[in-house]
Structure formats: C-alpha cells, structure tokens
Design a protein around this ligand. Structure first.
Ligand SMILES: Nc1ncnc2c1ncn2[C@@H]1O[C@H](COP(=O)(O)OP(=O)(O)OP(=O)(O)O)[C@@H](O)[C@H]1O
Ligand SMILES: [Mg+2]
Length: 325
C-alpha cells in the first residue's frame, strides 16, 4: 500500500506554467451551462456582466457597440459553491490568444520557483490571466501579486479574479471585495466587481454529512482500487502536511483512517489548503472515523476562519460522495 506521507512533491516553473489551465472538472463549464438561481438575481446579472466583459474585447463582437465595461479587470466575489470558479473557467474559455488560469497559490508558487522577473516575462503579453481564490491572508504575497498584475495590465493583459476569504471575515455573508480592492490598491480602479449571492450549489444535490466507511471496508476498498491511492492515518497526514507544500500529489484517490476532530487551528488550516488541492484535482476521499465535515471544532467554526472551514466541509462532502471511486 502506498502512503501520502512518502510523497514530497516539488514542481518546476515550466511544470507550473503547463498546469495554468482550469482544473479538469471545469472542462465543460461554460456560460451557457451555468444555471442562475432565480432566487438570487445577482447570479444572472453576473453572467450578463461577464458576457459584456468578454464581448467588449472582441472586435465586432455582439456587445462591442455597447462598450459599457471597458475596464481591464473583473472580480467575482461571493460565498462558497456559488459557481465563481465555474464562471471564471467559462470566461477563460471565451478568450482568444495566450491565456492562463490558476489559483493564487499557483501564481505565487510560480514566482517562488522562477523569481519575479522570469515569472513576469513568461506571463507578459498574455491576453487574459485568471486568478482563482485571490488570497488576502499574506500581505507579502498580496503585494507581489498586485505588482505583477499591475505590470501585466499596463501591457494590455486582461485580468479576472475570484475571492478567497480574508482571515478576519466573520460570518458567512461577508464579502471580500472591499479588502481585495484595498489590497490591490493602485489597480482597484481597473476592476469591475461582481457580487454573487446564493446557496452552495454542491448542496443542491448533496445533503447531509461527509460519508464515512467502516475501517475494514475501507481497507478492502483501498486494496481493490485500480488507480494510484494512498492510505494513511489521519494524524500522520496532518503531521505530513506541516512539512510539505500542498501541491499536486498525482493521486487518483486518497484514504484516511481514524479521522477525528482537530483541536489545533494550524492543523485545521493545513487540512483546508490540502482539501482545496484535492478538490481542484477532484481526488475522491475514502475515510473512516469521524465524518470529515465534523473535524473542525466548534470554537474554530465560531472564529475568524469560519468561511474557510465551511467551504472545506462542503468540498469534503462532495469528495466523499463516492464519485470517481
Ligand atoms: N449555477 C450553476 N449552474 C451550474 N453549475 C453550477 C452552478 N453553480 C455551481 N455549479 C457547479 O457546482 C460546482 C461548484 O461550483 P464552483 O466550484 O464554481 O463554486 P465556487 O464559488 O468556486 O466555490 P468555492 O468557494 O468552493 O471555490 C461546480 O461543479 C460548478 O460547475
Ligand atoms: Mg472556487
């Protein structure tokens, strides 16, 4: 049996650039396949605004005469599961020319791997850069990204971004647009902000808790699985995450035994970052012990990272649903 704890992935700059496309599960995401919830008019409005954004830079395009949105940037703000990544991938697909799509973490890893100038030279001249989950947690990273985007935008590159939750965002209803605009400072006047309200789309189909499998069944399911699967104790995985960058592990499925409630916030946040990577790659999870949507202690859920935990819970419910196993 293979173990996640034996894997120490590192990626070169070229490998990171080759991955700057939407995650596999969004291959079919288009503006037409997005179904706006009639209860939340901001969803249909967001689709219309994105169409206009796209149309404004297609010469002779359907919307070129209207030209109301000539801003080079667009920012999608909203809660988890309202379809921000879906819409960002759909927008990316509409663009012509050299385009990139990645999470904030992927862009900062690129800068980390290549250095600022080389990363800038690589991205320079792109027609569109999409950044999913713009992080506002780390002022250093935010500053580097703002500078990178400002320099790219000055060269004519369009920018589309989605929000991630700022660390002090108490309450699910809070939107991040104000923090985003403040952090990107000089660039902020160039962004049209779209606020998308709504329910977690994943919960339209998935109710209840993350699925747990009895330990014995989990063992035999893991043995029967034909792709690359790792099996580890939950605690060992959490300890391992402290040592590695949460990048791609090249897995088809992952199994944890002895899942339990986490009492340490640093561990919990590492798990959140790891779940994000699993979700991006749509790696199904098998787990025994406590249901994975219940690993965040109540005090944590009441704290400043509430929205991050709720999103990770939503993602773990989706990944344990058995799809892909
Ligand atoms: N209105 C919608 N119509 C069709 N599919 C949708 C809609 N909203 C979301 N989805 C689908 O639901 C899933 C979750 O959406 P997505 O990942 O885009 O949400 P998100 O806002 O980026 O969430 P997160 O906060 O977790 O990043 C995706 O598979 C997406 O294609
Ligand atoms: Mg998303």
């Amino acid at each position: 049996m293979q173990h996640l704890t034996d894997r120490l992935p590192t990626l070169t700059g070229d490998e990171i650039v080759a991955h700057l496309v939407p995650p596999r599960q969004f291959t079919t995401a288009t503006l037409d396949s997005y179904r706006p919830d009639p209860d939340y008019p901001s969803q249909a409005a967001a689709v219309a605004a994105i169409r206009e954004f796209v149309g404004s830079w297609k010469p002779g395009g359907l919307f070129s005469r209207r030209r109301t949105s000539t801003l080079p940037g667009i920012y999608l703000d909203g809660g988890f599961g309202v379809g921000k990544t879906h819409l960002l991938a759909a927008l990316w697909r509409e663009a012509a020319g050299r385009t990139y799509f990645g999470t904030f973490l992927e862009y900062t890893s690129l800068v980390g791997a290549l250095g600022y100038q080389a990363a800038f030279q690589l991205l320079k001249g792109a027609s569109l850069i999409c950044i999913d989950e713009f992080e506002l947690d780390d002022p250093g990273d935010t500053r580097i990204m703002s500078r990178l985007l400002a320099e790219l935008a000055a060269g004519g590159t369009r920018i589309a971004a989605t929000s991630n939750t700022p660390p002090n965002a108490l309450g699910e209803g809070r939107f991040a647009a104000q923090d985003f605009l403040r952090e990107i400072d000089a660039l902020s006047a160039q962004f049209l902000t779209l606020r998308i309200d709504g329910l977690d789309y994943r919960r339209r189909d998935l109710e209840g808790h993350a699925v747990t499998t009895p330990a014995v069944e989990l063992q035999s399911a893991a043995e029967k699985f034909s792709g690359v699967l790792t099996l580890d104790r939950f605690d060992d995985v959490i300890a391992h995450l402290a040592k590695v960058h949460p990048s791609k592990y090249g897995l088809d499925a992952i199994a944890f035994t002895d899942v339990h409630v986490l009492s340490n916030q640093t561990d919990a946040l590492r798990l959140v970052a790891f779940v994000d990577r699993l979700y991006d790659a749509q790696v199904p999870i098998l787990a025994s012990g406590t249901s994975l949507d219940q690993v965040f202690a109540d005090e944590m859920l009441a704290g400043g990272y509430r929205k991050k935990y709720l999103r990770a819970m939503s993602r773990m419910i989706a990944l344990t649903s058995g799809e892909g196993l």
